[in-house]
Design a protein around this ligand. Structure first.
Ligand code: KIV
Length: 271
């Protein structure tokens, strides 16, 4: 029997068991009640309330503008929808980089006010003190290395990270440091598949990839991207499971046509 099918509620321990059993972990982003309800009912293991809400929900160009209050709003909507999945909430830019005291108080606000189960933070050794302080308070932390979108202005572009040996070595050291500190999992974003596989074999905690190949312990995608809602975003790593942009466009246009023509509502659609 698979670990996945056997659990009523996914916990950080479930993910550890899945890694040990060689069972892949499924993770998708979620930002609102209605979508999260469907994702959870479908049987997803982890819902990430990602700061990508800044892009897909609010239309910002980067993840930097989203605030702690806005992340808590999205996370609490998701929490109300979920029966089974583990809910991880992104700590937004500016809520943890200052110092470890500030980081802890941001993490506590997320846990208290949203009801999420864990937080995710971008970065390695440079934020280790904050990660340790949050873990000491009993809050599970997921790390995030490789392409870290909150640092986009430092990187300059969204191209693949850690192709050069120096950056790859640093990433490996960061992953080991996060594991040692007590993180329960790490997201690796947009790095060479061979490097991601090496890290997944090197550490005992689950490695969840996005644009990091198939040699890791699980995968995450932004839900709007995999549903094809945004037809302007098609990176190589993205598999589209639907073309909702086209389907929604057709539905909206048909509705407009029916209203304009007087076809809607008909007799059976009125009181
Ligand atoms: O915010 C987000 O959606 C993420 C995923 C891309 C991992 O961090």
């Amino acid at each position: 029997m698979s670990v996945h099918k056997n659990v009523k509620k996914v916990t950080t321990h479930t993910l550890q068991e899945m890694k040990q059993a060689g069972e892949k972990i499924s993770m998708l982003t979620g930002y609102d009640f209605s979508m999260a309800r469907i994702i959870d009912a479908a049987g997803i293991d982890v819902i990430l309330v990602g700061d990508s809400a800044s892009n897909v929900m609010a239309g910002h160009e980067t993840t930097l503008p989203i605030t702690l209050d806005q992340m808590i709003y999205h996370a609490s909507s998701v929490v109300r929808a979920i029966n089974r999945a583990l809910i991880v909430v992104d700590m937004p830019f500016g809520s943890y980089q200052g110092n470890s005291k500030e980081a802890l108080s941001s993490a506590i606000r997320i846990m208290k006010e949203s009801g999420g189960h864990a937080v995710k933070m971008e970065g390695g050794q440079e934020i280790l003190e904050s990660i340790k302080r949050i873990l000491t308070a009993g809050i599970p932390v997921m790390g995030h290395l490789g392409l870290t979108p909150q640092s986009i202005y430092k990187f300059g572009t969204y191209v693949v990270r850690a192709k050069e040996e120096e950056e790859a070595t640093r990433l490996i050291e960061d992953a080991k440091a996060l594991e040692e500190a007590g993180c329960f999992a790490i997201v690796l974003e947009k790095i060479p598949a061979s490097l991601a596989e090496k890290v997944a074999k090197m550490v005992s905690i689950p490695i969840i990839g996005i644009g990091a190949g198939n040699g890791v312990d699980g995968q995450v995608l932004v839900v709007h991207d995999m549903l094809g809602i945004n037809n302007e975003f098609s990176p190589r790593f993205l598999r589209k499971y639907n073309n909702l942009h086209e389907q929604m466009m057709n539905s909206f246009q048909e509705y407009i046509k029916d209203v304009k023509s007087g076809d809607f509502p008909n007799e059976s659609e009125q009181y």
